[in-house]
Design a protein around this ligand. Structure first.
Ligand code: GLC
Length: 473
């Protein structure tokens, strides 16, 4: 089974969110299970030199995109046993960051074309092209419109995975005609049209063989208007080929027993976890106290993550017997909220408005509780890492949060965290209070830890599910 992952980010080359974690780790597990999985990405300027220096050019050709004749280079790098290909065109990708440019439509149109054009040049004709998020959504469309009848290509199947339905890649129809040489038959409401323009994501959903998303609950939710982002009707009509497979994490990469960034390594030791906590308190200028619960938020600071709830009751949260540590960047509004809170309550909250992987790991290791009150959450990775580092998640019951965290039930002793149902600030506040109270009950805490310990959030099972889907295709 030969599979090509096409995506716009992957750890350790380029990352803006959880997508990069998935693309950097799922292929490893699939390869372990015997599949030949390779990955293709754009060659961005920001990819660290330690990687670009080792890349070798394996192909270069001229690509036709509308009236444009464009250079396309393909570089190759084998990293931790996985073959990565990088699409090179300096006009499009020699810039800072991954997205946010006025010509993003053209940049990812080029990427989609390049993936399909590259296959004979790199001598890898996959059985399945697995596309991730809108940036790759036009691959299945191009495949059906221009490639499927060519002998080398005719057996290829396509899978489209939604990591976040909110981002859809909607641009003007004229652009789609131009970049993809599509006739009007592809641009109607039953095809790519969306909001008067056309959408990369919608193309991927309609023209792929199978659609997946990153948790079973999100697969249900996106078939309803609240979560469906105007595509719920389409998704309901395609539910026979829509699957939800929950994300895992790389258990070797995320392991408090071996993580070199921690003060003290541990697995199930409360005492060693407290040593990490005291070190972090000292570093961040919080009062050093091993017994006070430390609550963490490590996240992009955007609406999706439920921060408007935190905003609404921040003074109540800060009056609890607990300390808070925030790490992340994002919307100005939330950055300012946490800066303000740190200023007003320096003994209670530390705001780290930055992106810093070592600090993130120390926070997972040091915190007792990990808050994720998301408005919606396709899967969520923070809560999985938190459980691996024995920081107990407090989540809202949505998407993957609902599928991976079970609320602690004092009467049965079951559960791996704390949760609330409605997107309501006081429901969240009450749940945080409950968690803080239980923190003072070491027996209950031990029970939750041992429940978490029995769970497996590695990629093993989910990779088996992907492999089964590929086989069915
Ligand atoms: C997106 C989603 C997140 C998911 C990740 C990886 O970032 O918002 O919930 O875990 O993709 O699939």
């Amino acid at each position: 089974m030969k599979v090509l992952f096409a995506a716009s980010e992957a750890v350790p080359f380029a990352k803006t969110g959880g997508l990069a974690d998935v693309i950097g780790s799922l292929p490893k597990e699939l390869v372990k299970q015997g599949l030949d999985v390779r990955v293709i990405l754009p060659k961005y300027e920001d990819i660290p030199a330690q990687f670009t220096q080792q890349m070798e050019t394996v192909a270069s050709f001229t690509l036709q995109m509308g009236w444009r004749q464009l250079y396309c280079g393909i570089l190759k790098l084998v990293h931790e046993g996985i073959t990565f290909y990088f699409v090179d065109n300096e006009m499009y990708y020699r810039r800072r960051g991954c997205y946010g440019y006025g010509d993003d439509a053209e940049r990812f149109a080029f990427f989609c074309r390049a993936v399909l054009d590259a296959l004979p040049h790199i001598d890898f004709i996959p059985d399945v092209i697995h596309c991730h998020d809108w940036q790759t959504g036009m691959i299945p469309v191009l495949y059906r419109a221009h490639f499927s009848w060519q002998p080398q290509y005719e057996h290829i199947k396509t899978v489209m995975t939604i990591h976040n339905l909110k981002y859809q890649g909607v641009f003007g129809k004229e652009q789609f005609k131009d970049y993809f040489a599509l006739g009007d038959e592809h641009l109607g409401g039953y095809a790519l049209e969306l909001f008067g323009g056309a959408s990369f994501m919608k193309g991927g959903l309609l023209y792929s063989d199978i659609i997946t998303t990153v948790s079973p609950t999100y697969a249900e939710e996106i078939q309803t208007p609240y979560f469906g982002e105007y595509l719920d009707g389409l998704l309901r009509s395609q539910q026979h080929r829509l699957y939800g497979i929950v994300n895992g994490i790389d258990y070797e990469e995320f392991d408090p027993m071996t993580d070199p960034r921690l003060e003290v390594n541990y697995r199930d030791s409360v005492v060693k976890k407290q040593q990490n906590k005291m070190k972090l308190q000292e570093r961040l200028g919080l009062p050093v106290n091993k017994d006070i619960p430390l609550i963490a938020l490590v996240t992009r600071l955007v609406d999706q993550k439920g921060l408007s709830l935190v905003d609404r009751v921040i003074e109540d949260l800060l009056s609890l017997e607990a300390q808070w540590v925030i790490l992340g960047t994002g919307d100005h509004r939330y950055e300012q909220l946490f800066r303000w809170a740190a200023d007003r309550y320096p003994d209670k909250l530390s705001a780290n408005i930055t992106f810093n992987e070592p600090l993130a790991r120390q926070i997972y290791a040091s915190s007792d509780l990990f808050l994720m009150p998301s408005e919606f959450e396709p899967c969520g990775i923070g809560q999985l890492i938190a459980m691996r580092y024995r920081s107990i998640p407090i989540v809202r019951e949505t998407g993957g949060l609902k599928d991976t965290v079970a609320s602690f039930d004092e009467s049965t002793g079951e559960g791996t965290g704390f949760s609330f149902t409605h997107y309501n600030a006081h429901d969240m506040l009450y749940t945080v209070q409950r968690a803080v109270n239980l923190y003072n009950d070491p027996e209950a805490w031990k029970t939750i830890w041992s429940n978490i310990k029995k769970k497996d959030f590695s990629w093993r099972k989910s990779a088996q599910q992907y492999a089964a889907l590929y086989n069915n295709l």
